[in-house]
Design a protein around this ligand. Structure first.
Ligand code: SF4
Length: 115
């Protein structure tokens, strides 16, 4: 995976919402209302990057409930990448190294009952 084009309202940082992807599902507001907001056209965006362990957990929670996989992680922190893989969201990482891509594929296969 490579970086997608972020919606312009996202604050700078590792988490972002992909431009033009949003269906205004509202789900991020259930998990991380202080980290997301909606533009006037209804497109959600990251208004603040997580700055504590609790907020990081909330952000990861938002990725787990999101519709249509618009929220992405472009950082290269392996701990965050492994956390996302663990909840089945490895595909949302733009820069997974090869070993973690393999792990992500295994976890996805496990979660979908293919193994
Ligand atoms: S999770 Fe996706 S579809 Fe839902 S509000 Fe956010 S960007 Fe839009």
């Amino acid at each position: 995976m490579s970086e997608k084009t972020p919606f312009p309202e996202n604050v700078p940082g590792d988490f972002y919402v992909e431009d033009g992807c949003c269906l205004s599902c509202g789900m991020p507001m259930t998990e991380a209302p202080e980290l997301f907001a909606y533009a006037p056209d209804g497109h959600c965006y990251v208004k603040r990057q997580p700055s504590s362990a609790k907020e990081m957990w909330q952000m990861i929670g938002a990725l787990t409930v999101q519709d249509v996989d618009c929220i992405r992680y472009k950082g290269k922190n392996r701990v965050v990448q492994i956390r996302l893989i663990g909840v089945g969201e490895g595909d949302q990482c733009d820069h997974l190294p090869r070993d973690l891509k393999s792990l992500s594929d295994e976890v996805k296969a496990d979660r979908s009952g293919l193994k």
